[in-house]
Design a protein around this ligand. Sequence first.
Ligand SMILES: C[S@@+](CC[C@H](N)C(=O)[O-])C[C@H]1O[C@@H](n2cnc3c(N)ncnc32)[C@H](O)[C@@H]1O
Length: 102
Amino acid sequence: MLQYSIISIIVVKSKYILWKILFEINKEFYEILVNLYGHKKNVIILNESAENIKEVIKKYNIKRVDYIVSGLPFISLPKEVSEKILKNTADVLKDHGKFITF
Ligand SMILES: C[S@@+](CC[C@H](N)C(=O)[O-])C[C@H]1O[C@@H](n2cnc3c(N)ncnc32)[C@H](O)[C@@H]1O
């Protein structure tokens, strides 16, 4: 699932995954993701920037998240975009949540 997705938010309860939210700003990659995984239960695929992570989880009534898995190219993103994403992801992670980047 992560092949085209820049960032995934995972919310877990008692070992079960409640939500997976994927952000991909590239329209073509986003459409591939929708075709591959759009039918899956509790998977939300968004064609928007990971910068909007806070607004998005609020919309789905999620307070904090367990895991954030990211393939974002932080080195090549504008500094302010990277900083906003890193700050917002840190803000939404649970105390023992994990940020995984590859
Ligand atoms: C280098 S690719 C990594 C793809 C995937 N992680 C992999 O290893 O195959 C980076 C991806 O991040 C997406 N991307 C870049 N900035 C983004 C942002 N602010 N929010 C969401 N996706 C973004 C790009 O569209 C691109 O698909």
